[in-house]
Design a protein around this ligand. Structure first.
Ligand code: SF4
Ligand code: SF4
Length: 408
């Protein structure tokens, strides 16, 4: 351990020496990117492990984290937050590491990164108290909010008529007027978008000082978008996938993420098309089973059943040693809301022509509202911060490495 620490010290001195030797304005600007802020305990642990990894570099080809690490010899708060959000907890470096516990170096990069990542969600969240609340009680908060909102809407329906009245042939707007729904969901959607937007802007300002030329930015944006949409790094860097319960590789996580992401996007597309129909074509719901909004929503709902169910199964069987136990309730809270959203949505579609329409609709709307309200504070935020980190990585790759020591 002492040898590695000495190596890290030498590396830092070397970095200072290089800067002094080069000494130009470019290096001065590189120094301005380092924010001298005290590290938290979790960030200090990531910085410690990154210094060991920087001396070892065995895992360089596994993911984007290690090439980004080799561009640094010291790890400030911004670097640690950036690297933590670039990591997607595939576990490859833990299962490959000769310094993992019980070795005295106790290197467990996925776990250390997961702890910092979770701190990121609450640190950058707006309002921050919601982030802190969700961080501590994600599953309870998600279920309680979904149950409370569903109950509120069910009671609202019951006060205005029978819960099991005459079948309304799927006419939702006879129960909740269109404008009321548009206003309610519009407000929650805008609040969630603003909260996420402010959070990721603050994150971006912290981690990214130099974004390079416009041409390089264009290339970087296109590469990062491709990497995010294909979940490139969930192939483990070798195409065989991530580790889950043990040393074996599997592409299951990548596939379930794809079902979840594209399921969510199809449901979103169904809502956009239905809104277009309503306002621009004067075509009002309920739409036939064979219509664009219903087909998109049905396919999306099925994707949102398969994906989250698979992710929950993987979450339950994943090797606990490499994860952050404190993060499980938050992960499961988000997965539970996705599952409930798709299950109640498909049930509503299946029984929309029956007397159960009113309470099925109230329950589904309550769950969707809870999902939207918690989007900025949990696992959904991971997708946004990770995309920002991938963009930073793509930009950084196109810039000269001032250390001239890396292996990219
Ligand atoms: S995780 Fe372990 S094996 Fe991989 S680079 Fe770090 S110290 Fe080396
Ligand atoms: S857990 Fe996977 S993504 Fe994270 S640093 Fe290790 S190899 Fe990279």
């Amino acid at each position: 351990m002492q040898k590695l620490e000495a190596l890290a010290r030498d590396a830092q001195q070397l970095a200072s020496g290089l800067d002094a030797a080069n000494g130009g304005p470019a290096n001065a600007s590189a120094h301005r990117t380092i924010r001298v802020l005290p590290l938290t305990e979790n960030e200090t642990e990531v910085a410690r492990q990154m210094q060991i990894c920087n001396a070892c570099r065995y895992c360089e080809g596994f993911c984007a984290v290690f090439p980004a690490m080799t561009r640094r010899l010291e790890f400030g708060k911004a670097d640690v937050n950036y690297l933590a959000n670039l990591c997607h907890n595939c576990g490859a470096c833990y299962h490959a590491c000769q310094y993992a516990p019980p070795h005295e170096f106790a290197v467990n990069v996925p776990q250390a990164m997961a702890k910092v990542r979770m701190d990121t969600y609450s640190e950058y969240a707006v309002p921050s108290f919601m982030g802190a609340l969700y961080k501590r009680n994600g599953l309870t908060l998600s279920l309680a909010l979904a149950f409370g909102l569903a109950l509120f809407l069910v009671l609202g329906v019951a006060m205005n008529g029978p819960l099991f009245g005459t079948p309304l042939a799927g006419n939702f707007y006879a129960i909740f007027p269109h404008n009321l729904l548009a206003l309610l969901f519009g407000i929650v959607f805008v609040l969630a978008s603003v909260s996420l937007g402010v959070g990721v802007t603050r994150f971006w300002k912290d981690v990214s000082a130099d974004t390079g030329s416009a041409a390089a930015q264009g290339e970087a944006i296109s590469e990062a978008t491709r990497n995010a949409l294909t979940l490139k790094y969930l192939d483990g860097g070798h195409g065989d996938g991530c580790n889950e319960a043990d040393d074996r590789f599997t592409l299951a996580r990548r596939r379930f993420h794809h079902f979840t992401f594209y399921g969510f996007m199809l449901c979103f597309a169904a809502t956009v098309v239905a809104t277009f129909y309503h306002f621009f074509l004067d075509l009002h719901a309920p739409y036939p089973f064979v219509s664009v909004p219903v087909l998109l929503g049905t396919l999306g709902g099925i994707g949102l059943l398969i994906g989250p169910a698979g992710l929950l199964w993987l979450n339950l069987k994943r090797d606990p040693a490499r994860g952050d136990a404190a993060q499980k309730p938050m992960d499961r809270g988000f997965i539970a809301l996705l599952l409930l959203t798709s299950a109640t949505g498909l049930a509503l579609l299946a029984w929309r022509d029956t007397a159960a329409l009113a309470w099925l609709l109230a329950v589904h709307l309550g769950v969707v509202l809870a999902l939207f309200a918690t989007l900025p504070y949990g696992k959904f935020a991971h997708g946004i911060y990770r995309s920002a980190a991938l963009l930073k990585s793509s930009i950084e790759k196109r810039q000269a490495n001032s250390l001239k020591l890396g292996s990219e």
